[in-house]
Ligand binder design. Structure first.
Ligand code: FUC
Length: 820
């Protein structure tokens, strides 16, 4: 790794002064997508998604709508679980995991739906006869405006298409212009993979109606309707049975409206026809310019909040696919900024208040049977999608995920009762638009009951960032319900009397010692998750001044959870027994949940565990599936090792299919698991943020993990817990220069920085004792148990400086470096 790093420095191109062009946030290409979906460019407004191919003579705009899912309201609990629970538990305690797994496959894993599928709507095809021979081809996705553009010339005439998913107007717009009046002629038609669709024209409207698939015995009952209407200037518009024909126009603007009958996971009584025509009529009455303006304003409200400058150089002038090819060997700092902002672009485009959360593919899928159904895997992937939400200042976009957790707290109540005779609510490792909370796939993956505990913490996180007590009061029952389930479900481990979850697993990893079965009791990740959900429920009860007795119960139970353990190789143990294999390179490293996203492992508070986490990370290696590498960027940032985090960004920004069997990135910068999964994009965007700023360890740490290559730069607009906005951090020659922080709710600001700083107009005091700001209160985990065989080396940490600054709501504070 060090060698690779030196190589890179040799190849480094001198950073030129920042020209505007080199800082552009565009993905652009010199060639059309052809028939490769992963070359096409994604647009979306949280309700509608589309992949724009930019093909010339036959353009394809592949369409998605957030609620087009197979099936209909359904549940997938397996009531047989209850009778066999005690047998399964006993077998696991007796070390007979495989036998337990066999039974669990029969009685815990669902006999019904293993989750429904997110399905495509279809394609809008635009065919331009005579455009086969073109020149001057160019296409781009401008992520500062959320618009794609394709342009080319035929016979001396330049044609331009602009496509976007209008945020405010809830339609997709395709605008076609040309350099010569009267030269635009094309045919628009729909195609779809759904069975028995109806495609026809009514007047000058082209419509597509269909119903989603039946799947795993659940009847497909989402009806969707797509309508295309064209406004043209000059020329003529003809409609035949199944297509619209534009001839000799000066401009043409295509309006696409798509809606369904979905109201919520339990109600599909909406009227897709009325909805589709209403949105269309409203948008059609407005001019292209008006729609475009509202679109850009609505998008930039979110996007412009954060700016990242890591420098730029000549590489930034190349097309995106060439930059991707070069990235491992040629220094291209701006490519990281582009990829970072693309992550934010994807979240804004796939997750809007009132809509569905970003699924495994965000809102972009062209397959009737997508990989893993393109649903929600809640043992890591769906949570990862939302890691950037709060800290990259997109808090409102967290809402669809938070709503999904609230929904699961309702559906999961019945699952808890029927399957485990427990109060509260539970979810297993997957859910879908119907908020199914049963166990799916197979016992090796599905017998995991920690999803309620993990997903609920997103609600708590939203509170920590906003300080909004009304919100906390509204979601407290969800936290309480998640904790209540564990109160009822924890049992004493016969060997050591710890309270454990049984059956349990460390997601999807099956240690050799357990005959290849993943089932176990009291795995490290689950213990950490329960510690966290109990801790935040206790705090929430305290803030809301309620449930004193319940909080007491949680405190008692929390004390009896297994502590973390350091095993024979010095590694953080994944299971209660010291059975980790140092050669195991499994993509899930679930027990490092305690390092990130949680903060139970810290270089300052728990140095032994911190070192053990590092050994674990080194054992597991770097290259893996896309999302696994995305998580690793966050972990190495928490390890305060910027160079290693940077190495993982390089691994992730490697063209898909060329990465030693691991994941990487497609030409359109979608993350490759492979196949495409959006979690890796979001995970890496979160990780880059963690390199620059962390709300961690009871403080805000600025520039905690800077790679040597990022000598000079700035980031503005991040958010930290406690309602702080990090208006700007600036660094030069690898030294912090200035930090500007605004307090929105007041309270002590404890800040850790890599160099001495002072306040520009006041005194900056060294921090003493614990941070008295309640948002930064850390619940300490018990001391770890350390194997006598483990060699513990205390970490060497770079010198930092920690200050306390009492703040007032609404005030901004400027810290400047003290010249040494
Ligand atoms: C989990 C992961 C897989 C994949 C799937 C969607 O099961 O282990 O790698 O990402 O989710």
């Amino acid at each position: 790794m060090i060698q690779a790093f030196h190589c890179l420095i040799l190849l480094t191109i001198t950073i030129s002064s920042l020209s505007q062009k080199n800082q552009d946030l565009r993905l652009w290409y010199k060639q059309p997508s052809g028939d490769i979906w992963e070359n096409a460019l994604p647009i979306g407004n949280g309700r509608l998604g589309a992949m724009v191919y930019g093909n010339v003579e036959k353009e394809t705009i592949q369409l998605n709508e957030h609620t087009v899912w197979s099936g209909s309201p359904n549940r997938n609990d397996n009531p047989l679980a209850l009778d066999s629970l005690h047998i399964i538990r006993q077998l696991i305690f007796d070390g007979k995991q495989k036998e337990a797994e066999n039974i669990a496959n029969r009685v815990i894993i669902t006999k019904k739906s293993h989750g429904q599928m997110f399905q495509p709507v279809g394609n809008l095809q635009l065919s331009f006869k005579g455009h086969e021979n073109y020149s001057n081809y160019y296409r781009e996705l401008d992520i500062e405006k959320a618009i794609t553009k394709t342009s080319y010339s035929v016979d001396g005439i330049t044609y331009t298409r602009e496509t976007f998913a209008a945020f405010a107007d809830r339609v997709i717009i395709v605008r076609i212009t040309s350099s010569k009046p009267g030269s635009i002629s094309f045919i628009a038609s729909f195609s779809t993979l759904h069975k028995t669709p109806r495609i026809n024209t009514t007047g000058n409207d082209l419509t597509l109606t269909a119903i989603t698939s039946d799947h795993e015995s659940v009847k497909g009952m989402i009806r969707f309707k797509g309508i295309v209407r064209i406004k043209q200037e000059g020329g003529i518009l003809i409609s035949n049975d199944t297509s619209l024909i534009v001839k000799n126009s000066n401009t043409a603007t295509i309006y696409i409206s798509i809606t369904t009958n979905f109201n919520n996971y339990n109600d599909i009584s909406g009227d897709e026809n009325k909805r589709a025509i209403n949105f269309l009529n409203r948008a059609y009455a407005r001019s292209y310019a008006a729609i475009l303006n509202s679109h850009i304003t609505a998008y930039q409200k979110y996007f412009n909040r954060v700016k990242l400058d890591l420098g730029t150089n000549e590489q930034a002038k190349l097309p995106t696919d060439e930059r991707l090819k070069n990235y491992r060997s040629v220094f291209d700092p701006h490519f990281v900024s582009l990829y970072y902002q693309f992550g934010r672009y994807l979240l804004i485009s796939s997750s809007q208040p009132g809509g569905q959360p970003a699924n495994l593919q965000g809102i972009w899928n062209n397959k009737m049977r997508p990989p893993w159904d393109s649903k929600y895997t809640i043992n890591i992937n769906a949570e990862m999608n939302y890691w950037p939400a709060e800290k990259t200042n997109l808090s409102e976009l967290h809402q669809p995920f938070l709503e999904m957790v609230k929904d699961m707290s309702v559906t999961g109540k019945q699952t808890a009762k029927e399957m485990y005779n427990a109060r509260g609510w539970v979810a297993h490792h997957n859910t879908d638009i119907w908020r199914a909370t049963g166990a799916v796939d197979g016992a090796l993956w599905g017998v995991w009951l920690a999803a309620g505990g993990w997903t609920s913490q997103h609600l708590w996180e939203h509170y920590l960032y906003s300080g909004d007590k009304n919100f906390l009061a509204s979601i407290y029952p969800v936290l309480k319900g998640a904790s209540t389930f564990y109160v009822d479900f924890l049992i004493k481990h016969p060997k050591n009397n710890w309270l454990v979850i049984n059956p349990d697993m460390s997601p999807e990893n099956a240690p050799k010692a357990h005959q290849g079965s993943s089932l176990d009791a009291g795995t490290t990740m689950t213990n950490q998750i329960i510690f966290d959900i109990f801790s935040c429920t206790i705090k929430a009860a305290g803030i809301l001044k309620k449930d004193i007795a319940f909080a007491d119960t949680l405190k008692q139970k929390r004390k009896q959870l297994p502590p973390m353990q350091i095993g024979q190789y010095g590694q953080l143990q994944e299971w209660l027994e010291d059975i980790d294999d140092p050669k195991d390179d499994h993509r899930h490293i679930s027990h490092l949940y305690g390092l990130f996203p949680s903060n139970q492992i810290s270089p300052h508070r728990t140095p032994e565990l911190y070192h053990a986490a590092k050994i674990t990370l080194l054992h597991r290696g770097d290259v893996s599936t896309g999302w696994s590498m995305g998580w690793k960027v966050n972990w190495w940032a928490r390890m305060l090792d910027g160079n290693h985090a940077y190495k993982l960004i390089q691994d992730q920004l490697t063209p898909a299919g060329t990465n030693q069997g691991g994941g990487g990135t497609y030409n359109n910068l979608f993350d490759a698991h492979p196949p495409f999964q959006i979690d890796g994009n979001f995970g890496c965007t979160s990780g880059i943020t963690e390199m620059l700023m962390q709300s961690v360890n009871g403080e805000i740490h600025l520039l905690p993990a800077m790679p040597d290559l990022w000598q000079t730069g700035s980031i503005s607009g991040l958010r930290a817990i406690g309602g702080f906005e990090i208006i700007n951090i600036e660094w030069k020659n690898a030294k912090i220069v200035k930090a500007v922080i605004r307090s929105t709710i007041g309270g002590n600001l404890r800040v850790r920085v890599p160099g001495r700083m002072k306040l520009n107009n006041g005194i900056l005091k060294d921090a003493v004792g614990k941070n008295n700001n309640p948002f930064f209160h850390i619940e300490e985990t018990p001391s770890p148990i350390i194997s006598p065989k483990a060699a513990i080396i205390m970490p060497q940490i770079k010198e930092t400086f920690v200050y306390d600054l009492p703040t007032l709501a609404g005030k901004t504070y400027t810290l400047i470096a003290v010249q040494q």
